[in-house]
Design a protein around this ligand. Structure first.
Ligand SMILES: NC(=O)c1ccc[n+]([C@@H]2O[C@H](COP(=O)([O-])OP(=O)(O)OC[C@H]3O[C@@H](n4cnc5c(N)ncnc54)[C@H](O)[C@@H]3O)[C@@H](O)[C@H]2O)c1
Length: 381
């Protein structure tokens, strides 16, 4: 079984879906590995390092023509056309935007697995790229805030006088938000955090942050650990109550999202206007419209004296570790799918395990999307 790793073609992407470490593991599992020349350079993995790990360096056509293709982002139509009938694709597939990719993959006869559809079970945690990459995003977002903020995070007492600690507010306490809280605390900031799911209160407090709590008159907890959409009235109330907290913030890291939905507006224009001059908003929801209506995707802007950062790909700013995590997740996923034959491995029945059956999007020339993932077929933006 040959595993192929093409270079990521999306603008600004520096990550790669396999590393020399994961290549070694794939070889030990009985797979041969072909990788496009310089596919790992953006993440500081050289062709030589891949060769030493047992991979063969090839061109893009050969990497895409492998039995199994690992990618970070969904393939372009040109890339899909170069994949072979019967190949297996393991990648993020951008499940919330149906732009024809799924039908094309089915027509090409590719069995594709969407990593974002990973069921959230304890045994799937080692394969969960959303969590591994969100963790990095939460960390990197705080570093970006500290770069843009013209002051200290910790309280500083020096012979030139003292500086007060930064007041950081984190909105949304999922994987990215909790890592942002932990990172801001490590840097010595005073941290407040808010989430619409009251059950995260203890996790927030255990990281040394204060929980912002108010009664919206309805619960924000939805199914499977995710938040649910609030009623119009509750959204208005939430925005109004949050405004009182946000106007005191030096830095806001906002991460609030509901899968496949436009990001909820938590930081209104009025709230931004009341924030201190030089305050920073890092809007991690920028790719889904933003938690602030002023946010512009992939830009840093200044409005009412407040710096608003709308970067949409923080993991690409930490490409080595982001690739390491992603590559381990993908390797673990493939390993789950293979039988125990380490000389000539074969795929087990995809439908015998809920992890593979729930992530399988195209199979035998058909898309399973309509039946198994209909709820995800929501247009965003
Ligand atoms: N394998 C596993 O078991 C596993 C893996 C990862 C996450 N999880 C759980 O899944 C849940 C979601 O985590 P995630 O990191 O994917 O979250 P996410 O990235 O989907 O969302 C970020 C956060 O935004 C919050 N949010 C949404 N709308 C909001 C609003 N209007 N106001 C304020 N906050 C709002 C959500 O509650 C969530 O905490 C968590 O409970 C997490 O512990 C489980």
């Amino acid at each position: 079984m040959q595993v192929g790793i093409p270079m990521e073609s999306m603008a600004g992407e520096t990550r790669v879906a396999a590393t020399p470490e994961s290549v070694k593991k794939l070889r030990a599992a009985g797979c041969s590995v072909v990788i496009e020349s310089n596919a790992g350079l953006g993440a500081h993995f050289t062709n030589k390092a891949y060769q030493e790990a047992g991979a063969e360096i090839v061109d893009d056509a050969h990497a895409l023509a492998a039995d199994v293709v690992f990618k970070i982002h969904k393939p372009t139509p040109a890339e899909i056309r170069r994949m072979k009938r019967g190949a297996v694709l393991i990648s993020l597939l951008d499940m919330c935007h149906d732009d024809g990719t799924f039908d094309m993959l089915a027509e090409q006869g590719v069995d594709s697995f969407a990593l974002e559809m990973m069921p959230r079970l304890s045994r799937s945690q080692t394969m969960d790229v959303l969590s591994s990459q969100a963790n990095i995003a939460g960390y990197r977002a705080v570093l970006e805030a500290s770069r843009l903020y013209g002051r200290f995070f910790p309280m500083m007492m020096t012979s030139a006088g003292s500086a007060k600690p930064a007041r950081v507010v984190v909105l949304g306490a999922g994987v990215a938000g909790l890592q942002a809280i932990a990172t801001a605390r490590r840097l010595g900031a005073q941290v407040w955090a808010y989430d619409v799911r009251p059950e995260v209160k203890e996790q927030i407090q255990s990281l040394g942050a204060k929980f912002i709590e108010f009664d919206l008159g309805e619960s924000g907890s939805g199914q499977g650990g995710y938040a649910r959409i609030l009623s119009q009235d509750a959204q208005k109330k939430q925005q109004h109550l949050l405004q009182q907290e946000l106007k005191k913030a030096d830095i806001i890291i906002s991460t609030a999202l509901i899968p496949c939905m436009p990001a909820p507006i938590l930081i209104t224009e009025e709230a931004v206007r009341e924030m201190p001059e030089g305050a920073v908003i890092i809007d991690l929801a920028a790719g889904n419209g933003g938690n602030c209506p002023l946010t512009e995707a992939d830009k840093i802007i200044k409005k009412y004296g407040v710096i608003i950062c709308g970067y949409t790909n923080y993991p690409a700013l930490m490409p080595s570790d982001a690739s390491n995590f992603f590559a381990r997740n993908v390797y673990n996923f493939l390993k789950l799918m293979l039988d125990d034959n380490t000389v000539n491995p074969a795929f087990k029945d995809y439908f015998a395990d809920e992890i593979t059956s729930m992530t399988l999007i195209t199979h035998n020339g058909k898309t399973r999307f309509e039946t198994t993932h209909k709820a995800k077929k929501v247009k965003v933006g």
